[in-house]
Design a protein around this ligand. Structure first.
Ligand SMILES: *[C@@H]1O[C@H](CO)[C@@H](O)[C@H](O)[C@H]1NC(C)=O
Ligand SMILES: *[C@@H]1O[C@H](CO)[C@@H](O)[C@H](O)[C@H]1NC(C)=O
Ligand SMILES: *[C@@H]1O[C@H](CO)[C@@H](O)[C@H](O)[C@H]1NC(C)=O
Ligand SMILES: *[C@@H]1O[C@H](CO)[C@@H](O)[C@H](O)[C@H]1NC(C)=O
Ligand SMILES: *[C@@H]1O[C@H](CO)[C@@H](O)[C@H](O)[C@H]1NC(C)=O
Ligand SMILES: *[C@@H]1O[C@H](CO)[C@@H](O)[C@H](O)[C@H]1NC(C)=O
Ligand SMILES: *[C@@H]1O[C@H](CO)[C@@H](O)[C@H](O)[C@H]1NC(C)=O
Ligand SMILES: *[C@@H]1O[C@H](CO)[C@@H](O)[C@H](O)[C@H]1NC(C)=O
Ligand SMILES: *[C@@H]1O[C@H](CO)[C@@H](O)[C@H](O)[C@H]1NC(C)=O
Ligand SMILES: *[C@@H]1O[C@H](CO)[C@@H](O)[C@H](O)[C@H]1NC(C)=O
Ligand SMILES: *[C@@H]1O[C@H](CO)[C@@H](O)[C@H](O)[C@H]1NC(C)=O
Ligand SMILES: *[C@@H]1O[C@H](CO)[C@@H](O)[C@H](O)[C@H]1NC(C)=O
Length: 844
């Protein structure tokens, strides 16, 4: 036994991998040709323990040991001679190099955080413009080696923009808003955790993709973060990140001066009140005393119930500048979120009201009024991280104000890490969008880097929300989104597929079959998700009032949240035209405004974002709106089924742990994509009364509804929303029973089928089900997805809890008796929706 394990280990990937090393595994690759010698030492130009240059040297040592089984010693300045630089990896800053060798190297111009990498056989030179630049260069070199790339290179790399931050929405109690990878690595029970090993490990991951700043707490901020105890804790967090060049910042609650902190309790938080200014100056000074390199602050004000300057009739700029001025002497940056809207008074019965208008409306007249160290952080679209949105017009409106784009790695509206959705292609639709400001090319990416409007600051922030889970985000495949974010924030013009393939090779190895399959799945994942969630710019159609996870189109409307679809029996979509609608299209520069104003020039994929049309409206593609909904939903769910088979093709080519865990998630996704498909198509079929021209919607020849079976201890249950159950009705165990039985005689031709069972898995109980055919057990399962998936759970039978389990290759004879026994647990009444007896290749 021992022997065979060892043999497997030598084969490469038998060792189970938890995912904790993400793309920094330094797995062995075959060495370069023997004629090419390897460096014999690492020269670190800075010996300070825990400085980024020293960390770079340690990382190089670790990387070469793992990748090439080549152990190198590190030589520090005191002990090297100029002659040692051949056959070595030299790493340090340009300034340190000049000091040591008495002259600047002849290299291209570098900016802050940029680096020079010259790898020529055994002689490698890595020089950073600053210390973290040297670390970035070392990671770049290691990324090449880890992908088996030993070619000679000599190039400089500079970041597109200085701000490359991540935001964590961690609460002090250890929970994470929209986090799907376990609790916080930073906070527990109101304070900073003692053991910060995971924080350092996160810093390492972030540094390897060029991230230089992090906001560690939720934008819906708690003032008690500013207690003296927590200032000390923040200091420890900053110490853990500093070796990796990641600067820490915090999100603030605007009303903190009036919170019941032990010091300086004020009766106002008016941003121009002198006592308030003194209060914030003092707090800021105290923070910088403990964290001298603090990145700055992030502020969400006057949005979704958060306090802000409008409370005192001050402008958003006055509010922002309060903090910017306190930070300015210390070199800190104030990120001010543009996500400001009135979530109480929006009224859908007023045709011209529109939440999408809010950002430009609220910032009207404020361009140029923000302090120089303030940056307006703008979500990519005007609503909220939807599956498709037009670029926020605020990017073009602010020209004398620095801006940054806000992206979301955590898949809040996009499957919560339980659906594979590779996001960089979505982000690129916005980054590459041309606003045509002043009739001149004005790509969003050139605006946020400061190039287009000559702004000194700019860049990107992404909400990430890693947690204590070994996989960081909850799912191995979702890590491509974090990796892709860092790579894009460094170079916005890079190609999402090329980035993806680097990530695949680093994460799963360079086997061409593995690279091809994961590339194919990932690149088709966002289009598939858009297809089976919300099409044509109608938004994600998830439940915006509850979990943001499963389908619930009705939840968009008839509430003040403003994510409306205005769908009725005949028509659907938001009329955002100037001529007859909310006027939103007029917020763009004239060329773009004209394009969106007119149905004939609006791209199909944003039609319903900008126009209110009949379901029978014809698209450029030739389909009608409603038939496109039907076709897209079937196509998207079909694509999701292929993820499972593509992944199964990698068995034995990926270590077993990650293979198993990923297969589990992809199988879940394939089932849930059918839940999405059926819910959305049924909902609009019911609303419009228009039949699917291919007769798929509402017509399921391979299904048997649970409510139509012979029930004992089970009773029918009307599901709400209705479209979350096949034919409206499910079954649950009766009030006086804990065990229920559902039986049916199958009437399908003799053959081999896949038997799918659709059920509901609620939080608050772990029911058990057993399915048998002619009293011969086929399988059993437990309703424990709430522990295994990590998405926002549900206590109802609905589109979030609906799930499918499939038993493959079941031999079924005409007249066989199928029986399912469900045992309820807790509040979960062993719910069942239907079974599908599927011939090979049928998805239903
Ligand atoms: C060496 O690294 C330390 C720690 O990062 C830093 O404080 C110091 O300035 C560096 N020395 C030089 C000469 O750059
Ligand atoms: C560094 O150079 C000196 C002098 O050339 C030599 O004695 C020493 O062995 C070298 N050290 C390494 C690690 O190559
Ligand atoms: C890269 O390093 C090699 C070996 O030290 C050197 O010969 C070459 O000139 C360097 N290349 C550039 C472009 O500086
Ligand atoms: C949480 O903190 C409170 C004090 O703030 C303390 O009384 C309690 O014991 C702590 N709970 C845990 C589980 O550490
Ligand atoms: C200033 O802030 C520090 C730390 O937040 C606090 O301990 C101190 O009491 C404050 N001083 C005043 C005058 O508010
Ligand atoms: C708010 O401020 C504006 C401009 O500063 C002023 O015109 C308006 O009267 C103020 N409103 C209130 C309620 O103070
Ligand atoms: C560019 O457009 C803005 C906003 O429409 C306008 O204020 C500005 O004068 C224009 N600049 C030039 C150079 O045309
Ligand atoms: C990671 O999360 C998954 C799903 O939520 C869970 O099954 C697993 O136990 C977690 N692992 C760790 C180490 O937290
Ligand atoms: C124009 O707006 C009204 C509501 O004010 C709406 O009922 C009507 O359908 C719209 N017309 C068109 C052509 O979209
Ligand atoms: C929608 O259809 C009706 C007739 O059913 C027609 O009068 C109306 O003009 C159509 N609206 C649009 C925007 O095409
Ligand atoms: C992976 O799943 C297979 C099949 O269910 C199981 O036999 C194996 O033990 C699992 N391996 C790991 C590492 O989880
Ligand atoms: C769906 O429900 C209706 C009404 O409850 C019922 O008449 C019909 O037979 C059901 N369809 C199937 C396929 O079970």
């Amino acid at each position: 036994m021992m022997r065979s394990l060892l043999v497997l280990a030598a084969a490469g990937f038998a060792a189970a991998e938890t995912g904790i090393d993400a793309w920094l595994r330094y797995a062995p690759v075959s060495s370069p040709s023997s004629s090419q010698s390897l460096p014999s030492s690492i020269i670190s130009l800075n010996a300070t323990a825990n400085g980024p240059v020293h960390i770079a040297a340690v990382e190089l040592q670790k990387g070469l040991a793992g990748i090439l089984d080549h152990n190198l010693s590190v030589i520090y300045p005191v002990s090297y001679q100029p002659g040692n630089t051949t056959s070595s990896i030299l790493v340090g800053t340009v300034a340190e190099y000049a000091n040591s060798f008495g002259g600047s190297p002849q290299i291209p111009r570098l900016v802050d955080d940029g680096y020079w990498l010259n790898a020529t056989g055994s002689t490698v030179q890595i020089l950073g413009h600053n210390e973290r630049g040297a670390l970035y260069g070392a990671f770049q070199y290691l990324s090449m080696l880890a992908q088996g790339n030993f070619s000679n290179v000599a190039f400089a790399s500079n970041p597109d923009a200085p701000i490359r931050w991540v935001n964590q929405w961690d609460n002090l109690d250890g929970s994470i808003e929209r986090g799907y990878g376990g609790p916080s690595i930073f906070f527990t029970n109101g304070t900073v955790v003692d053991d910060l090993d995971r924080v350092s490990a996160y810093g390492r991951l972030l540094a390897s993709i060029g991230i230089n700043g992090i906001i560690v707490n939720n934008v819906n901020a708690n003032a008690s973060l500013l207690s003296t105890e927590n200032l000390e804790g923040l200091g420890r967090i900053a110490d853990a990140f500093r070796p990796y060049g990641v600067q820490v910042g915090i999100a603030l609650n605007f009303a903190s001066p009036t919170a019941n902190l032990v010091y300086g309790n004020l009766s106002t938080f008016d941003p121009i009140n002198p006592d308030v200014i003194t209060w914030w100056t003092n707090v800021t000074d105290a923070l910088y005393e403990r964290v001298p390199d603090m990145a700055g602050y992030l502020v969400k004000a006057n949005s979704e119930g958060q306090p802000g300057p409008l409370t005192y009739n001050r402008t958003l700029a006055q509010g922002a500048n309060l903090f910017a001025n306190a930070l300015q002497p210390h070199g800190g940056i104030l990120m001010f979120r543009a996500f400001v809207y009135d979530s109480v008074n929006l009224n859908e019965s007023v045709w011209k009201e529109d939440r999408a208008n809010a950002a430009v409306d609220f910032f009207t007249g404020l361009d140029g009024k923000f302090a120089e160290n303030a940056v307006v952080q703008i979500k990519y679209g005007p609503i909220d991280f939807q599956v498709r949105e037009p670029a926020s017009p605020l990017f073009a409106y602010l020209r004398n104000t620095s801006t940054a784009i806000e992206l979301e790695v955590t898949q809040e509206y996009l499957g919560q890490q339980c659906h594979l959705v590779y996001l960089p292609p979505l982000w690129k639709t916005v980054l590459d969008f041309d606003m045509r400001a002043n009739h001149t090319q004005s790509l969003v990416r050139d605006i946020v880097t400061g190039k287009r409007f000559n702004r000194p600051l700019g860049g990107a922030a992404a909400v990430v929300n890693v947690g204590t889970n070994d996989t960081w985000l909850g799912s191995h495949l979702s890590m491509s989104n974090l990796y892709g974010y860092g790579r894009l924030a460094w170079d916005f013009s890079s190609d999402p597929e090329a980035i993806l393939q680097d990530w695949i090779r680093l994460t799963f190895g360079s086997n061409p079959t593995v690279v091809a399959a994961i590339t194919n799945m990932s690149m088709s994942s966002w289009p598939a998700y858009e297809n089976y969630s919300g099409n044509l710019g109608i938004q994600t159609l998830t439940d915006i009032l509850y979990t943001h996870f499963g389908p619930n189109p009705q939840s968009q409307d008839n509430n003040p949240w403003g994510q409306w679809t205005r769908a009725d029996h005949k028509t659907i979509g938001m009329d955002r035209t100037v001529s007859n609608g909310t006027g939103f299209s007029g917020q763009y520069p004239v060329e773009v405004a004209a394009m969106y104003e007119n149905i004939s020039t609006t791209p199909d994929d944003l039609l319903l974002w900008f126009h209110h049309v009949n379901y029978t409206q014809q698209l450029h593609s030739g389909e009608t709106v409603i038939q496109h909904f039907y076709n897209a939903h079937y196509a998207g769910a079909d694509t999701a089924q292929t993820f499972v088979t593509q992944w199964e093709g990698l068995q034995g080519k990926v270590d077993q742990q990650r293979y198993n865990e990923t297969l589990f998630r992809l199988t879940y996704q394939a089932g849930h994509s059918i839940v999405w498909r059926d819910a959305i198509t049924n909902f609009y079929h019911n609303l419009s009364g228009i039949a699917d021209s291919q007769n798929r919607v509402g017509n399921h020849p391979w299904r048997v509804e649970a409510e139509s079976m012979t029930l004992q201890g089970y009773e029918p249950y009307t599901v709400s929303p209705f479209e979350a159950a096949s034919n409206v009705t499910a079954i649950v165990t009766s009030a006086n029973a804990t065990t229920g039985t559902a039986m049916t005689t199958l009437n399908f031709p003799n053959g081999t089928y896949n038997l799918a069972v659709n059920y509901y898995d609620l939080i608050g109980g772990k029911s058990q089900w057993t399915v048998s055919l002619n009293n011969h057990q086929i399988g059993s399962w437990v309703g424990d997805l709430e522990d295994r998936l990590g998405h926002a759970p549900s206590i109802y039978l609905d589109g979030h809890s609906a799930a499918r389990i499939t038993f493959h290759n079941v031999t079924v004879g005409k007249g066989d008796v199928l029986k399912i026994v469900g045992v309820a647990d807790g509040i979960e009444p062993a719910p069942l929706d239907y079974i599908s007896v599927l011939p090979a290749g049928v998805v239903d």
